[in-house]
Design a protein around this ligand. Structure first.
Ligand code: BGC
Length: 290
């Protein structure tokens, strides 16, 4: 049986030649990004990295306007725009007002980085409902509320070819604790486990619209959230037993991973979780055999 002759018109329309000029342009030139919880830690580094990659960046914060302004000033040094907006991501009205402000200032959104998160640690039998609820509200419901607003806008606007080949990108900042159980932090691990399947289910639902959703799941990264784990020699040495690569990570390393997932260089990646963890998820306890 002979193969049918290739339909050259069909092939030309569907499989265009790669644009060889794109690689030399800043990866996110002309894109508009919003990073939640961007006044410190991983969110701050991500917001600055997106700016360096050419994006205009909304720096969302909940409590520290001065820190957020400093991050915005740093971003502007890259020659892009930055805007600080206060909102508690767990509050529907505040989230909607934040997106409304971004759209009235800049028209639209291309990249959402769902980063805002917190820990309220307690032994399980002592954990209060308030500790449980606050962590779920910020870490999980906050990501839902922001993703929903972003996707509504991505759907309304669709693809703008000279901006990105996708109609929008969401990067959820999760944690190795979306797969590693964490005694003493049940609320946190439950929130991140929720983020993992929320992200994948969103990705599945909106992929036909050319909207992508992925997670970056950091391991131990040197930020204010885990100072106790790296600020003394004893604590740091004990932390290193959990990290095959034998060092803590820096927030800038998460920034670079997020830039890639937000850019067209990862256009065929959706529903993925990228662990940036020095091997923490490799069962380091088994490194000398089972
Ligand atoms: C937590 C950190 C912790 C790291 C590795 C992160 O998600 O927020 O406190 O150091 O996971 O356990």
């Amino acid at each position: 049986m002979s193969n049918p002759a290739p339909d050259l018109e069909f092939i030309k329309q569907n499989f265009p030649e790669p644009d060889s000029t794109r690689a030399v342009l800043p990866l996110l030139k002309g894109q508009k990004a919003l990073v939640t919880g961007a006044s410190s830690g991983i969110g701050k580094a991500v917001a600055i990295a997106l700016g360096r990659a050419g994006a205009d960046v909304v720096v969302n914060y909940a409590t520290a306007p001065d820190n957020a302004e400093a991050v915005a000033a740093e971003i502007r040094k890259s020659g892009v725009k930055a805007l600080t907006i206060k909102a508690d991501v767990s509050n529907e009205g505040e989230v909607q007002a934040m997106f409304g402000k971004m759209f009235s200032e800049w028209g639209t959104i291309d990249v959402l980085v769902n980063n805002a998160g917190l820990q309220k640690d307690a032994a399980f039998h002592e954990m209060t409902l308030a500790q449980w609820q606050r962590v779920i509200d910020v870490n999980l419901t906050g990501q839902f509320l922001c993703a929903r607003e972003a996707i509504r806008e991505f759907k309304r606007r669709g693809i703008v070819k000279n901006v990105s080949c996708a109609a929008g990108k969401i990067v959820c900042i999760s944690s190795v604790h979306d797969i590693i159980p964490w005694a003493g932090h049940v609320n946190y691990a439950a929130s991140k486990g929720g983020v993992a399947l929320m992200m994948k289910s969103i990705a599945q639902e909106v992929a036909p619209l050319r909207i992508r959703a992925n997670s970056v799941s950091p391991g131990a990264i040197r930020t204010p959230i885990n100072t106790a784990a790296w600020s003394t020699r004893e604590a740091y040495n004990s932390l290193l037993t959990l990290i095959p690569y034998r060092r803590i990570g820096e927030a800038e390393e998460i920034g670079r991973a997020v830039v890639w997932l937000a850019s067209d260089d990862s256009d065929y990646v959706t529903g993925a979780t990228l662990y940036v963890d020095g091997g923490m998820t490799l069962y380091p306890g088994f490194d000398t055999g089972g």
